[in-house]
Write a protein that binds this ligand. Structure first.
Ligand code: CTP
Length: 400
């Protein structure tokens, strides 16, 4: 297995005083599971919502709350702990960040342990804000977000939904998985380099119905397509996914269109491509379908060989590529490079991503993939075995 990007990474987790502070416990658990080292720094207000002992137990580290030593009776401790902690961190993750803490950072305050560490830090900083809808959408808050974003702070913005107040709207703390994906992206050196891009991604298999019970399908899980969608969104793109039957999930901000057959996928791709600047065809589209779908369940006396099979349309060959960047995939078991290059030309692609089922750890059922990126110019780059999320990021860099 390739090494997890989060393994051994030193993360300062800043927790501030909002109701979502309790979710920082789940965040720590997941980060620890992935092998990260966590030191939590809480604002005094955060301790009203969750006990420092909880975060200390989960992180297996001391939690910093006070900027000054609690006891003044001993000789003064000339500690520069805030500088040490800032230097220790590979990443500072402030989750949840209240609008108060965001405002302080945007204006250079260093009036508590967390803002002091942030002001002293050289590492990247991720801010995941959470607040009630009116506080979140306050124009002053928005201005602070924009200012910090332009200074290079990486935001994982709040989501729309039910809020602790009973109101509904923007301000819900982002999902834990999304925040962890963002940590992985930032620790891998990626930025919001796809801002302003509109990317259409297809994912999963297609099912070609034989009758109300049976279908012709394939083993695609949709993992590669959804990894691409998550990574593209976090890197700033506006993302639409057209997915065949798949149990994979995206973030709420990603538009998802569910389809079943190759014909349905083709129809949606033709509609959606007009609204997007790029297409990544990660779906494993079935090449054959029954010539007609039986309305009734076929009885077993009906021989399989009697079912008439016909070709599905090739989606990539049916689109208008003008002005679009198009990336296709090639899944091969032999003559990999030659076959992939042939598909690149025939389907008029800018890039083709070759997956070889021969490579250990690559394929539908794995979380990892070994891909080769082949450009129109002929240059082929074979990448090592890595997680599908990491592979997705490498593919997306081709669009920057
Ligand atoms: N593709 C498509 N429409 C289809 C079949 C495939 O647009 N009906 C796309 C896939 O999404 C992928 C690329 O074409 O991006 C190559 O798919 P692949 O299955 O590797 O190749 P095929 O063209 O189907 O050829 P073969 O199955 O013979 O290898």
């Amino acid at each position: 297995m390739p090494k997890d990007v989060l393994k051994g990474k030193k993360i300062v987790l800043g927790v501030t005083g909002g109701i979502a502070a309790y979710k920082s416990a789940f965040l720590i658990r997941e980060l620890i599971k992935r092998g990260a080292e966590i030191k939590a720094v809480m604002t005094p207000a955060a301790t009203e919502f969750i006990a420092p002992l909880t975060l200390s137990s989960l992180s297996q580290n001391n939690v910093v709350v006070n900027i000054f030593p609690e006891s003044k009776s001993n000789s003064t401790n000339l500690s520069t702990w805030h500088i040490d902690l800032a230097m220790w961190a590979d990443l500072i993750l402030i989750a949840p960040a209240t609008i108060n803490t965001v405002a302080k950072i945007a204006h250079g305050f260093a009036d508590n342990a967390l803002t002091t560490v942030v002001s002293a830090s050289r590492s990247p900083v991720i801010i995941a804000p959470a607040a009630d809808v009116d506080m979140y959408e306050n124009p002053v808050t928005k201005e602070n977000f924009q200012k910090l974003e332009s200074l290079g702070y990486f935001f994982v913005y709040a989501e729309e939904g039910e809020l602790a107040s009973g109101l509904t709207g923007m301000g819900r703390f982002a999902g834990i998985n999304k925040i962890i994906d963002a940590a992985e992206i930032v620790l891998s050196g990626y930025k919001k380099d796809l801002s302003g891009r509109k990317i259409l991604i297809t994912a999963g298999p297609t099912y070609e119905d034989i009758d109300p019970v049976r279908f012709i399908g394939n083993r695609s899980s949709g993992r590669m397509g959804f990894a691409l969608a998550r990574a593209a969104f976090l890197r700033g793109a506006d993302v639409t996914v057209i997915s065949g039957p798949s149990s994979e999930t995206a973030y709420p901000e990603i538009k998802r269109i569910n389809v079943r057959s190759a014909a349905e996928m083709k129809k949606q791709v033709l509609i959606e491509l007009k609204k997007n600047d790029s297409l990544i065809m990660a779906a494993a589209v079935a090449d054959y379908r029954p010539a007609r779908v039986s309305a009734k369940k076929l009885k077993k006396e009906q021989k399989l060989s009697e079912i008439k099979i016909t070709r599905t349309d090739d989606i990539l060959s049916s689109i208008d590529n003008t002005g679009k960047t198009v990336i296709g995939f090639a899944l091969e078991t032999d003559n990999e490079l030659t076959n992939a290059e042939k598909k690149l030309k025939e389907k008029n692609l800018d890039i083709i991503v070759l997956n070889s089922l021969k490579d250990k750890g690559s394929g539908f059922e794995f979380d990892t993939n070994r891909i080769t990126i082949i450009r129109k110019s002929g240059k082929a780059v074979k990448l090592p075995l890595q997680s599908k999320f990491q592979a997705a990021n490498k593919i997306l860099t081709e669009l920057t």
